[in-house]
Design a protein around this ligand. Structure first.
Ligand code: NAD
Ligand code: AKB
Length: 333
């Protein structure tokens, strides 16, 4: 299944696991996570040290906050050129197609998610870089326990989920063969208000807030009883930075895709929590094809390995997240 797009050299002599430090490159930086991760990284390391990149042309991007370049993750040579020229030491590789978009175009989903990941790992091998690349709760399939443990057979039924399993396998392979330091988190559905959600199944948990404030009504595309693991974006960014700051010696065999403790709620519980805060908000449930993807994923995940190895504990529960979302969106309006 691996090595679909770039032939990975088996010559151990070409593998480099050199020093860290240097600048940071973020791929897929204009998406839901990238928008907030770039901001957080720039606060930590200084604006000029963090290069944001995505497909959008430079002239359509606000450059006042720091450097940006147009970069297709399928272009391995372009990634290598940038990393050499800029002295990049770490890549946060976020470019991908999410589940709902991916299932509509499985070929492109495989190409971008697997091909893009190989491009970044190849660049990391050539330029001696560390990599963060997210996995997802979509690695699990319907045969996994509904409270999903860190280690269990991974048999996803979505193409998106398959690409995430393959991403974790590739990370392990590059680590074993080339000594690279590649870390990842199996993010649950992420809820945020600074950038729109990017075509995933869990997008209802983001869209519902906008709809509540703008329209006073939301037609949810999954059933009322759909329960999924979720996390507020502040916690997701904090977890990402914590994992990347952790000393290698504390991280074990799950480092390519940690489950992390988060919270779970049904779509109806979320709608009621919002209705308790927004006068007159009404909601209905009109499931579409995304229900199938949601049904194939776990209700909750066991994050005890991440807790043990790098002390992950989330700060936001359902009520705190609902208040933070409504406050954040009200300020933006
Ligand atoms: P997003 O869709 O909001 O952003 C992805 C970005 O990648 C977009 O800006 C897009 O333009 C860019 N992109 C697409 N193809 C590209 C290419 N060929 N070259 C360069 N850029 C390209 O996604 P996100 O929510 O920010 O997710 C980022 C990562 O986190 C993905 O790997 C995703 O699978 C993972 N993840 C996200 C969530 C979530 O709830 N947001 C949950 C689990 C995992
Ligand atoms: C999606 O719904 O596709 C993402 C994910 C859980 O990976 N939010």
């Amino acid at each position: 299944m691996v090595h679909l797009y770039v032939q990975v050299s088996s010559d151990e002599a070409q593998c480099m696991s050199g020093p860290t430090g240097g600048k940071i490159l973020v791929t897929g930086a204009l998406g839901q996570i990238g928008t907030e991760l770039v901001e957080a990284l720039r606060k930590q390391h200084g604006s000029s040290s963090v290069i944001a990149s995505d497909l959008r042309p430079v002239e359509q991007v606000d450059l006042s906050q720091g450097p940006y370049l147009t970069l297709d993750v399928l272009d391995t040579e372009a990634i290598i050129d940038v990393c050499k020229k800029e002295g990049v030491g770490t890549v946060y590789h976020l470019a991908a197609l999410l589940s709902a978009t991916g299932e509509k175009n499985p070929e492109l989903c495989r190409k971008v998610n697997v091909g893009g990941t190989i491009s970044v790992f190849e660049a990391a091998r050539v330029c001696s870089m560390r990599v963060f690349t997210p996995s997802s709760i979509a690695v699990y399939g319907p045969d996994a326990p509904k409270h999903a443990p860190q280690i269990t057979p991974l048999n996803p039924t979505t193409v998106y989920g398959e690409t995430k399993v393959e991403g974790e396998q590739l990370a392990k392979e590059y680590e074993e063969k080339c000594g690279l330091d590649i870390r990842g988190i199996r993010y649950p559905g992420l809820i945020s208000h600074k950038a729109p959600a990017g075509g995933g199944t869990t997008d209802y948990a983001v869209e519902i807030f906008d709809a509540a404030l703008k329209d006073g009504h939301y037609d949810c595309f999954v059933r009322a009883d759909t329960r999924l693991p979720m996390l507020y974006m502040d916690d997701a960014i904090r977890a990402t930075l914590m994992l990347m700051d952790e000393s290698s010696e504390h991280l074990g065999e799950s480092k390519a895709g940690y489950n992390i403790d988060c919270f779970s709620f049904t779509a109806e519980e979320l709608a009621i929590a919002i209705a308790n805060e927004v006068d007159g908000f009404t909601f209905d449930f009109k499931p579409d094809v995304r229900q199938n993807y949601a049904d194939s994923w776990p209700d909750s995940i066991d994050g005890s390995v991440a807790k043990e190895e790098w002390n992950w504990i989330p700060q936001f529960d359902l009520d705190a997240m609902v208040k933070a979302m409504l406050d954040g969106l009200s300020k933006n309006q």
